[in-house]
Ligand binder design. Structure first.
Ligand code: TTP
Length: 230
């Protein structure tokens, strides 16, 4: 066993790699990942590991998500370092169920968010180099294995509407350009497959529709997702 940064004590993922089927749920901000995970929370045999966003909002009293949105140039390195650390913790959680579902992964943090900040000129070269080296070290030394990626594909304009509706105050000023470029990075990585390596097969679910229709789609895909782990 080992002590995780989130306070949980867990076995290293590698020991039980054969037993647990890990699903990473990916998609833009506001694409419906939380809704998807909420649906699967009640499915027998599935354990949902929540995204550590509450930690990002309170690092010893500091809201690093807010700091990053207010002044990305100054705070992206600190914020994305902490995201990387906490995501590594989630990859290490060894759940008791057959299927482990996690919101995002260390991959999208690096391939979509860090890349987006760098491309947008919000992350200086040196900070990008440090985050990349840290990420490469994790890849060589830690177990971040994923068996399936569920990609919730959604129009950036719809994501923006949902972000406005839920009114998370840190995200109030997220511009459409930011969502569009995050969308493009997800598409390049998971659909066009022309940017970074894809660590697992990808199941795409379009989540442009309203919540009841999207929930029906989740229902329809349930047995498919469960059968992958059988
Ligand atoms: P998301 O991981 O996209 O979670 P969400 O709650 O917005 O997802 P959904 O609406 O689909 O349920 O992002 C949470 C916040 O953290 C969001 O403001 C984006 C930010 N973030 C980064 O800035 N960098 C990162 O590396 C990650 C993973 C998130």
């Amino acid at each position: 066993t080992k002590q995780l940064i989130n306070g949980n004590t867990c076995k290293s993922g590698e020991e039980d790699e054969n037993k647990i089927f890990t699903v990473a749920v990916e998609g833009n901000i506001g694409s419906g990942k939380s809704t998807f995970l909420k649906y699967f929370e009640n499915v027998p045999g599935v354990e949902v590991i929540p995204e550590p966003v509450s930690k990002w909002k309170d690092v010893n009293g500091h809201n690093t998500l807010d700091l990053m949105y207010k002044d990305a140039n100054r705070w992206s390195l600190a914020f994305q370092s902490y995201v990387q650390l906490t995501m590594m913790g989630v990859h290490n959680v060894n759940c008791g169920s057959k299927i482990k579902m996690m919101e995002r992964s260390i991959y999208s943090a690096r391939y979509c968010f860090v890349e987006n900040l760098y491309k947008g000129g919000l992350l200086p070269d040196v900070d990008y180099a440090i985050l990349s080296e840290f990420y490469d070290w994790i890849q060589s030394n830690e177990n971040t294995h994923v068996d399936l990626i569920v990609y919730l594909q959604s129009d950036p304009l719809i994501c923006q509407e949902r972000i406005q509706m839920r009114n998370r105050y840190e995200e109030k000023k997220v511009p459409i350009e930011y969502l569009q470029s995050l969308h493009d990075l997800h598409e390049d990585w998971l659909i066009k497959k022309n940017s970074f390596s894809v660590p697992a097969p990808v199941l795409v679910i379009n989540t442009n529709a309203g919540i009841s229709e999207v929930t029906k789609k989740f229902e329809q895909h349930k047995s498919q997702i469960l059968s992958y782990s059988a």
